[in-house]
Design a protein around this ligand. Structure first.
Ligand code: PLP
Length: 489
């Protein structure tokens, strides 16, 4: 098994990715610039590759990139950098796409990919249900006015506080993850004199990562009830027999950044087999099946995600086929895309602060562009060796493209945002770089490493900028520091 994105193309930190160094140490147009194998030299370094960019992104006549009718130079002046920018029309269009493609099924937006009150409302207005997996996410959803009956609660170690809140507000389903949780939930239901609708999260042994999946016999991870060990059926029977719980069905989530339906086919077969076994034991057919999320998006030009319509066609066929094989009626099916909806709708905008050609030995040099953000606002490259692309956003350039590395300001060698990208060789201090496909798991996984305030999230639409989450300030961070508060008192 490999780490997500940790395939051969991430191991390009070798000679192939470097450029020949001139005596002066700088990189010029005449230098051969071998790229990692997967990274092809762009015909036009100013072009925006459509699959990487939100629908309203374009390069204006004067070279500035605009999104939602807002020039990114103006946006940077207005809200500063770094900033996350979400194309509202694009988010809504994707949400609609998924809902329409999966018509008759239920589409839960996975809030962990990015959630704030406004985004919860967009998802609501576009007809999506909502998944949360913490007390914080549940609170945001409820405060946004999201209908509790359309909220699903996930988590492998839910607290009493979050379960209690979910029960009090009447969430539509709680995806139970362990027998300890079943015990806890029954106790809380007793206490509140209520009942809970539950799905049992099962581990199918399918591990999907990027372009491949692995169907294994062992299920050595923290989520859910394992099918092989028989725990899944035991959990299902326990919920079924509990006077406080109503068992809706079975839930499976096989991974992330998945590009085809092979993994879902195995997962559907293994979960529907549980339906058949449950029917054999109880005479009852379960009503609901959730196949989880993890649908892949394009982070670089070489990623080729299927459309929602293609996936819907494939998944419907799989479920119909497997149900027929087990002689089951087709259950109500749901899916949980997060990244596929908000990922391509968002970009991260940075300003270049230093440009440094680094001698890497063997007469080779690598061009490092340091920006004013980094692993605190996008941990994915450091965490999963995830690949991204970057584009000069504040102007077009006629200069020769050279392989460059976009790095952050943090005190870690691994603080890399874009490992390898062709950028014009004249990128200089003050230029804006945009990293597209940054809408998912960037702000939601952001940290305050190095006491860095987290960037704002702004929505753009019809030439208007609207703050969804304001920029954190140093005062926000200092307010947490009891030592400073005491000292100043
Ligand atoms: C993370 C997660 C999702 C969403 O994954 P994406 O890759 O954003 O689509 C859906 N369901 C569950 C249970 C998850 O843990």
């Amino acid at each position: 098994m490999r780490v997500q994105g940790g395939d051969a193309r991430s191991d390009s930190g070798t000679v192939a990715a470097m450029t020949h160094m001139h005596v002066a140490g700088s990189i010029h147009a005449d230098v051969t610039t071998p790229a990692p194998v997967w990274l092809t030299r762009p015909e036009d370094v100013n072009a925006l590759t459509p699959k990487l960019w939100s629908a309203t992104s374009r390069r204006e006549a004067d070279g500035v990139v605009s999104v939602g009718g807002v020039r990114l130079t103006d946006l940077a002046d207005q809200v500063g950098t770094p900033a996350y920018v979400i194309d509202e029309d694009d988010f809504r269009a994707r949400a609609r796409d998924w809902r329409e493609a999966f018509d008759g099924w239920t589409v839960y937006y996975a809030g962990k990919s990015f959630l704030c009150a406004t985004v919860a409302r967009w998802a609501d207005e576009e007809g999506l249900s909502l998944d949360v997996c913490s007390l914080g996410e549940l609170t945001v959803a409820l405060r946004a006015g999201f209908e509790p009956a359309r909220i699903g609660m996930h988590g492998n170690n839910k607290s009493d506080a979050e379960l209690r809140l979910g029960l009090e507000r009447g969430v539509g389903r709680i995806i139970v993850d362990s027998s300890d949780e079943i015990t806890r939930l029954e106790r809380l239901c007793e206490e509140l004199d209520t009942t809970a609708k539950v799905m049992v999260r099962v581990t199918t042994g399918v591990e999907a990562h990027t372009h491949e999946y692995i169907a294994t016999a062992h299920e050595d991870q923290k989520f859910g009830f394992s099918i092989n060990g028989g725990q899944a059926l035991v959990g299902m029977f326990r919920c079924h027999h509990s006077p406080r719980l109503e068992l809706l069905g079975v839930h499976s989530h096989i991974g992330s950044q998945i590009f085809d339906t092979n993994g879902f086919e195995v997962a559907a077969r293994r979960t529907l087999k549980l339906f058949a076994q449950f029917r054999e034991a109880t005479g009852l057919e379960l009503a609901e099946l959730d196949l989880g999320g993890g649908f892949g998006i394009a982070y670089t030009k070489e990623d080729d995600p299927a459309s929602a319509a293609e996936l819907a066609g494939g998944l419907r066929e799989i479920v119909a086929h497997e149900c027929a094989a087990f002689g089951l009626a087709t259950p109500k099916v749901s899916i949980e895309p997060g990244r596929a909806i908000v990922g391509p709708a968002g970009l991260a905008l940075y300003r270049v602060g230093t440009v440094k050609p680094v001698d890497v030995g063997g007469g080779l040099s690598r061009r490092y562009l340091s920006v004013d953000g980094g692993m605190s606002d996008n941990i994915r490259p450091a965490l999963y060796a995830a690949e991204y692309s970057a584009t000069l956003a504040s102007r077009a350039s006629g200069a020769e493209p050279v392989v460059s590395r976009v790095v952050g300001l943090h005190c870690e060698g691994g603080d890399i945002l874009v490992r390898d990208e062709f950028l014009p060789c004249d990128v200089r201090i003050g230029d804006l770089l945009a990293v597209p496909a940054s809408g998912a798991y960037s702000r939601s996984m952001a940290s305050n490493y190095n006491h860095t305030p987290r960037p704002p999230v702004v929505a753009v639409r019809d030439g208007q900028v609207r703050t969804l989450l304001r920029r954190e300030t140093l005062d926000d961070l200092l307010a947490l520091d009891a030592g400073i508060t005491e000292f100043e008192e």
